[in-house]
Design a protein around this ligand. Sequence first.
Ligand code: HEM
Ligand code: HEM
Length: 172
Amino acid sequence: MASVYVWDKVVRLTHWTVAVLFLSNFFLLEEGSELHEWAGYLILVAIGVRLVWGMMTASHARLSAFKPSVPKAIAHIREVFREKRDDHVGHNPAGAVMIWVMWSLIILTALSGWSMEEKVFGNKDLMEEIHEFLANLTMIAVTLHVGAVVLMTKVTHKPYLQGMLPRRRADK
Ligand code: HEM
Ligand code: HEM
């Protein structure tokens, strides 16, 4: 089986913090409850930490190492289905586009929740609609993301998920 780049602790910790809290806010926690709001703020903190880390580190997690480019993403997807392999170390070009889309949508969802709560733009009903719309749009992107991880693993036999999991003692 092809080997995979194992992400550093900051990437893995912030990924699962954002993933678990996002899914909890969408499916489990009571809409608009204190917990829901705090989970939303914690998601913003986790993404903030990841973005700062992405400016500091020199590894593949550096933000400039995966600039989003739709033409490159399309070319990459074509290549993967033709060659049945993904030779990229770090995020591949398709993943790169999706990651920036997800970060942007999650941040906008949380900010719309906050502005609804704090009545920043006055019209609470409109902000509620926007919050719901953004949350659903983010969910579509997340579903595509998880679907892509599963599909890419099947096509290329590269164990993407392992790169996001805690390292076993023997691997350290
Ligand atoms: C629950 C199942 C999930 C699985 C199996 C999963 C798996 C992965 C994997 C394997 C990567 C690395 C991809 C690569 O090698 O380039 C990744 C990255 C990423 N995923 Fe997920 N993911 C899941 C859920 C989520 C959710 C719910 C979100 C957002 C709410 C999310 C957002 C991201 C982001 C932003 C990255 C980029 C990480 C970084 O560079 O910091 N993921 N995910
Ligand atoms: C990324 C983080 C967040 C996600 C994924 C999320 C998701 C959702 C979803 C799916 C709903 C239900 C929408 C509906 O069907 O009406 C909702 C409702 C709500 N959210 Fe969020 N939310 C997040 C962050 C926040 C934040 C930070 C706040 C406030 C500080 C907030 C405040 C609310 C409120 C007050 C409601 C209830 C609106 C109503 O009365 O129908 N949310 N949220």
